[in-house]
Design a protein around this ligand. Sequence first.
Ligand code: ADP
Ligand code: MG
Length: 606
Amino acid sequence: MPHAEPLSPARPSVPLLQRPVVRIVWPFAVGALAILVGLLLSNTLPGYFVYLAISAVIAAIAIMGLGVVTGSAGMIALCQLTFAAIGAWIVALMNIWHAPGGFIVWLILGALVAGVAGILVGLPALRLRGVNLAVVTLGFAAAADVTLVQIQFPGSADAISIDRPTMFSNDKKFFFLSIIVLVVCGLIVFFLQRSRWGASWKAVAFSERGTAAAGQSVQVAKLTAFAVSAALGGVAGGLLAGQVQLPFAASFTPLQSLALYVLAIMSGAHLIDMAVFGGILWVLVPELLKRWHIPQDWGFVIFGVLGVQALTSGTSLGQGIRNLIWKRQDRKTANAAIAALTALPPDASDDAEEIRTTTTATLDPALLSGEPVLTVEHLTVEFGALKALDDVSFSVPEASIMGLIGPNGAGKSTFVDAISGFLPKHGGRVLLGGRDLAALSPTRRARLGLRRTFQQDRVPPLLTVGGYVRFVSRRRLSAPDIEETLAFFGCPPARARLSSVDVGTRRLVEVAAAVLAGPRLLILDEPAAGLSHDEHLALAARLRELPQRYGVALIIIEHDLDLVRSVCPMLTVLNFGQVLATGPQDEVLANPDVVKAYMGETELLS
Ligand code: ADP
Ligand code: MG
């Protein structure tokens, strides 16, 4: 019955750009090409355009930063040019101090100081969201603006101009330098976006609870996004200081920060090419207005309208273009996924049939005498006057499957939230393998081996399946190991984008990723919601194998009693927040209280 072999339906071959070596090499190739183009442009563009081009590159770097904090991590930050001002200020200060290292070192220092400022500004983001965060960041920008007008840039009163590096002293050469800086920043952002940090930014943008349940600190995710974003702002400001050589506060106003934000939203700045495109728009729009003799302030209006369009349509330009290109490929991977789950090998369909017809999952009595992996004692949760959980006590043996059933509103999801640390103010005790979990955050509990999935979709759509699995599992997993487990659950291949996967399948990916984390206990809150009947049966067949295959104990919340009976040898019944019965399935189902509560559920009595 168990399929030791991974299911291997025909999966489409890996596209060229997704192959491991190519994946590492191509960003560098693109970077090298960009530097070549920069070299060519710097030698051919007329002087005036060179100056504009430097401005475009600087704006692109600042927008790239917004792509991290807003585009990826989903937080509104309206003070990007304040971070730029900090970078410029540090460069100006180092300049009058004649600090060692020269311009490049000052630039890096400015980025670091701006990054620290980013963390400070990010601190309120740990508590604030949406409009409130926007107000705080805009307030910071306004305060910094006033301060800057007062104190001015170091050396500006004496008109001490900022020394460019000797190699890049004229505008043409400085443009080439700014292209190199852009490429370096682009590569750093590219690889950060694909790192654990990048995954955590995209996760936190979609669901903070989902992020915490994956064992990732929400605070770290937000603060790293702010720090990286602000550091890029600092680089942009430092370059600007080198470009104009006499920076003034007027280049860093809150209104300009707002316009930059709108450009980032509109272009889809978490995509590096679109950040560059945004940078080009940043100089192109005012330039065109100038040529057409329209007051340049209209530029803000144009950016505003474009921003409203992007916000109301819900897709940025870059994402829209990507979606068009990806559509065909997505259809292929989605089909492969459906094939994986429903076109089971012959023995597996027998298994699914067996699930439908067998009445009882068998219980290994040895399990009951072992150490429980989870012990719940007198767990009580109150929402105001409502007792959602009332003195709940039971335990789950190591590597077993416990079904948690009960009518809607019985307190099942509340139970999962309390166990996984999302409702810290509960009565009673929760022990994981003898360790009291009191006062431990959801993140800590996840790292200790207590994983959960959610009844609602909490799988971040900006990640690929593989990126999500690596993020959730927090382990070094080989590509074949990941593919094997994905195939086992009938998930799309690792390279598929989660945004192209339907909700039911996303929930399977969520389960697969949680299993790959190697937890001791995994709580599944209605994992089959959104699946068809056949997929439902196929999933049940997989769940039944998990304890043996991965050494994990399961608590499964599920409505379909047939499935519960065939998959869960142990049962706990909740009703109005209280435990009606808990223990081996046959005892629980024979319990008169349970029978009474489920009166009318004839299936149970058959
Ligand atoms: P189940 O998952 O078994 O359907 P829940 O745990 O979601 O039930 O809910 C149990 C009870 O607690 C319900 O009456 C629900 O309305 C209530 N409840 C759940 N969450 C909250 C909350 N955050 N605030 C107030 N009441 C809640
Ligand atoms: Mg529920």
